[in-house]
Design a protein around this ligand. Structure first.
Ligand code: F6P
Length: 556
């Protein structure tokens, strides 16, 4: 059995870590005046500067050897060609096919899936144009003014982030709202401001079985029927993006308004599918196509570029250096761009739900670190929130700074301040407050690494490339760690226990730990309908609480 940490390359990296642990990043620049030119890379409208990293030439060369000796070339080819690489769910992984704009076929179960992908794109085009030009009418004959996406996780974070990022491209007469939390406050806050006659709901759920989404969709439908339409009108105000056509239609969505996608699209990789409907509605189908094109161009780069000039591969290897050798536990994402303020949350699911794994693809426990804790907030806000810890704390946190170069007309002064703040921070993290001198208690030690990723402009194309870049970075890390980045069994456990608790809240069950039982008792006090059977009732039924009709008329 292959042992990653016993490979010659891995052990050479461990030696290099010992040899370079006390290096100062700033000194690398003194030793090599060409460092910035050598350690920066442009792909399309994206420019990556990775020179401010704790990477000697020898370390970088050895990391590239790690990629060369991994299964990356083979696994990458398998992914793009539709082989089953999501081994625990027995599925291919084909979010890349969703944005494939070439003529290549992609075969799944013996059938080329590109024709149905193109049919769905056409369905998205026709629908988004109808809503945007007012052809699509609500039950009272008025055009749609508000679009509410109801979804969670990958059925929310991707379209939500993209619509926010591309607000400048949004249709002026359409407003977009995203409801995800099962906390009623979330949907209430949105519904109270809307007119049911001009509101369109998109029920976005791959499985059409997620508790939060179904409850929110049910509440939205109740609100619609209580305030406006008849059952027959639901079809003009509710559509679905799902793989589960049957369940969507049982909810009351017309068959032609179910925008399908497929099991071989992971939730956190699904914004390129009909889950991206809010994006197409917001920026138009042409804009959505540009988003796909940007991702497609990054796909081609990922496939064709040598690893030493391959942006996703380099970012992945840098992350592995910090996680597996330099001891970093987290990765900070700091967009110096208010339009990207939801990017950290999106990347959190993309990375942590993909690589938050502790067994390899053979089901064997790994003996090395895998996915980091991904977190972040926009700059310059972060400077006034958590940068203190990053500058003078005891933690070692690599940072991805992300910004777009082109200022918005009239906002040049703001944008100049934004970008110069970002460059200043990246320099301060690296240099510290006193170059090379004995540190006094008020100074910053520096030697803290960062990448700077610049978009020429925050356009649909460049955003598509940025997201695909991080998708492939996560993929490369998963391949080198030999884990399955495309399942998420860990989230099923919580769902199952939530079901058990809510179904049995009426019982004085001993099946849960004392803490949960004690807390349940406190919760029950606020839900009169969920009072457990009294002791005598329990006594009559021989000690076990007898099944009894609950307030909803069902038995527990
Ligand atoms: O978090 C678990 C998860 O399955 C995610 O992978 C997914 O994006 C989210 O829940 C929502 O799932 P669905 O789109 O099926 O409602």
């Amino acid at each position: 059995m292959f042992q990653l940490t016993r490979s010659v390359t891995w052990q050479a990296l461990e030696r290099l870590h010992r040899d370079t642990a006390n290096d100062r990043i700033g000194d690398y620049f003194s030793h090599d005046p060409q460092r910035f030119e050598k350690m920066s890379l442009r792909v399309g409208g994206l420019f990556l500067d990775y020179s401010k990293h704790h990477l000697s030439d020898a370390v970088l060369a050895k990391l590239l050897e790690l990629a060369d000796h991994s299964a990356l070339v083979q696994r990458r080819a398998q992914m793009f060609s539709g082989d089953i690489i999501n081994v625990t769910e027995d599925r291919p992984v084909l979010h890349t096919a969703l944005r494939s704009l070439g003529d290549e076929q992609v075969i799944v179960d013996g059938q080329d899936v590109m024709p149905e992908i193109k049919r769905t794109r056409e369905q998205i085009r026709a629908f988004s144009e109808a809503v945007r030009d007012g052809t699509w009418k609500g039950y009272s004959g008025e055009r749609i003014r508000d679009v509410v996406n109801i979804g969670i996780g990958g059925s929310d974070l991707g379209p939500n982030m993209a619509c926010r990022a591309l607000l400048n491209y949004r249709h002026g007469d359409l407003n977009f709202h995203f409801v995800s939390n099962v906390d009623g406050a979330h949907i209430q806050k949105v519904l109270r401001r809307l007119d049911p006659a001009t509101t369109l709901f998109i029920v976005s759920t791959k499985t059409f079985s997620t508790q939060e989404t179904l409850l929110n969709a049910k509440t939205a439908r109740r609100w619609f029927l209580d305030n406006a339409g008849e059952d027959a009108d639901v079809g003009a105000h509710f559509i679905a993006a799902s793989t589960n056509r049957k369940a969507a239609m049982e909810f009351g969505i017309r068959e032609e308004n179910v925008f399908e996608f497929w099991a071989w699209v992971g939730g956190r990789y699904s914004m390129w599918s009909s889950i991206g409907l809010p994006i197409a509605l917001s920026i138009g189908y042409e804009g959505f196509l540009e988003l796909l094109e940007g991702a497609y161009e990054m796909d081609r780069h990922f496939i064709e570029a040598p690893f030493a000039e391959n942006m996703p591969v380099l970012m992945a290897l840098i992350g592995i250096w910090y996680i597996n050798f330099m001891g970093a536990e987290t990765q900070a994402i700091v967009p110096y761009d208010q339009a990207l303020h939801q990017l950290p949350a999106f990347l959190q699911q993309l990375d942590m739900e993909s690589n938050g794994k502790s067994v390899d693809i053979f089901g064997q426990p790994v003996n090395y670190k895998t996915g980091p804790i991904v977190w972040g907030q926009t700059g310059s806000n972060g400077q006034h929130a958590f940068f203190q810890l990053l500058h003078q704390g005891t933690r070692y946190v690599p940072i991805d700074f992300i910004a777009s170069l082109k200022p918005e007309p009239g906002m040049e002064e703001h944008h100049f301040a934004l970008l110069t703040n970002m460059l200043a921070q990246a320099n301060a993290f690296m240099e510290g407050s006193q170059k090379g001198s004995q540190l006094d208690p008020y100074s910053c030690p520096g030697n803290r690494p960062s990448s700077t990723l610049l978009l020429d402009e925050l356009t649909p194309r460049n955003l598509g490339a940025l997201i695909a870049l991080y998708e492939h970075k996560v993929f490369v890390q998963g391949v080198i760690w030999n884990i399955n980045s495309f399942d998420q069994w860990g989230v099923q456990l919580g769902k199952r226990i939530a079901g058990e608790i809510s179904e049995r809240i009426d019982e004085r069950t001993q099946d849960f730990d004392a803490s949960t039982q004690g807390l349940l008792a406190l919760v029950r006090q606020h839900f009169p309908a969920h009072q457990p059977a009294t002791q005598t009732q329990a006594g009559r039924s021989g000690g076990k609480t007898k099944a009894k009709a609950t307030s909803q008329g069902k038995t527990s």
